[in-house]
Design a protein around this ligand. Structure first.
Ligand code: ADP
Length: 331
């Protein structure tokens, strides 16, 4: 289990949901998305109609699910949660859509992984609030139109580029979530530490924030590791040294890179001489799925200026050699 991976350990899910902001005002950072979303919601409340469909994109752990929950909360509407991989047949989607109540918010995570037939059914549902249910097979098949109540689709994807144009075009609002800066992560951590009743110094928050890979989910997770460490070491007031000691133990380095990030850098530098190398070859070299490397490790490494994308593949930038304690080759 990766400490800073995309998935949540089940026993920690309760804490995670307790730390989730419930209102747009408590949602830290992402000022542009927050402002735009607030306008969309306000306008639809004034019109007395359900909000336009919303697409949220960005790497895991940046707050897409949280925003979907906030949309439902702000609209005073119930929330239904499902995901692309859970919808393999158009019938799965028809069952969900036909049981929605008027105004309900439907959250579909990982929408880029939905099957093609379901996707086509979704086009019509989003645009006209109806679906055609096909009954029977072959020449005797007939389609029965079914009216749906108005609903708001909030879809999330880690790879907006993979969505077909016709699907992207049906969202009234698209918000792209960016990695958070250290100051924003400090705010996330302060809020969480308050809820968990943890006494941490200002420098302690900075230490955790700068190791959180720009990601609130990771910030909260590292905070819980620091909490465990302080408990075991019987530390009353948690300072930067304690935070650093706790996080070093979990192999999260000073730049926030974890084992996967470092093995991507090491493979790139040691096995491929700094590249360029194709993404799938790189993924095989570190024993991970291509999608994991592409959506979990790469965006942050690119943002940190450690690796670069070129038409011929991924390359290690001078900062990568530097981070590994090596001298970058000339040129
Ligand atoms: P995603 O759906 O993008 O993978 P989530 O919405 O599940 O991410 O967010 C992961 C966790 O990070 C949430 O439990 C929440 O506590 C925290 N979080 C995310 N964004 C914010 C934010 N802007 N402010 C405060 N906490 C946040």
């Amino acid at each position: 289990q990766r400490l800073v991976g995309a998935e949540e350990e089940p026993d920690e899910q309760t804490i995670e949901s307790a730390l989730r902001p419930k209102a747009l005002g408590d949602f830290v950072g992402q000022p542009r998305v927050r402002q735009q979303l607030s306008l969309v919601l306000e306008a639809s409340k004034l019109r007395g109609r359900s909000a336009d469909h919303i697409l949220l994109s960005g790497p895991p752990g940046l707050g897409k699910t949280t925003l979907a929950m906030i949309v439902a909360e702000e609209m005073g509407a119930p929330l239904r949660i499902s995901s692309g991989p859970a919808i393999q047949h158009s019938g799965d989607l028809a069952a969900i859509l036909s049981s929605l109540t008027p105004g309900e918010v439907l959250f579909l995570d990982e929408i880029h992984r939905m099957s093609r037939p379901a996707e086509e059914m979704l086009y019509m549902a989003m645009e006209d609030f109806r679906v055609d249910i096909v009954v029977g097979k072959g020449a005797g098949a007939t389609s029965i139109p079914l009216e749906l109540p108005p609903f708001t689709l909030v879809a999330a994807t880690t790879r907006a580029g993979l969505l077909p144009g016709p699907l992207r075009d049906r969202f009234g609002f698209t918000g792209h979530l960016e990695f958070y800066d250290v100051a924003e992560l400090e705010l996330v951590l302060r809020r969480s530490a308050g809820l968990l009743d943890l006494p941490i110094s200002t420098e302690g928050f900075t230490e955790i924030a700068s190791r959180s890979r720009g990601t609130p989910r990771i910030a909260n997770r590292l905070l819980r590791r620091v909490r465990d460490w302080a408990l075991v070491h019987d530390v009353g007031h948690i300072d930067a040294r304690s935070c650093a000691a706790a996080l070093d133990m979990y192999e999260v380095d000073a730049r926030g890179l974890d084992r996967l990030d470092r093995s991507v850098l090491e493979a790139l530098v040691h096995k491929f001489g700094g590249g360029p190398v194709g993404l799938s070859t790189l993924a095989i070299a570190v024993g991970e799925e291509t999608e994991t490397v592409e959506t979990v490790a790469e965006p942050y490494l690119v943002r940190e200026g450690l690796i670069g994308r070129t038409p011929r593949g991924r390359i290690a930038l001078p900062a990568a050699w530097d981070h590994l304690g090596l001298a970058a080759p000339e040129g």
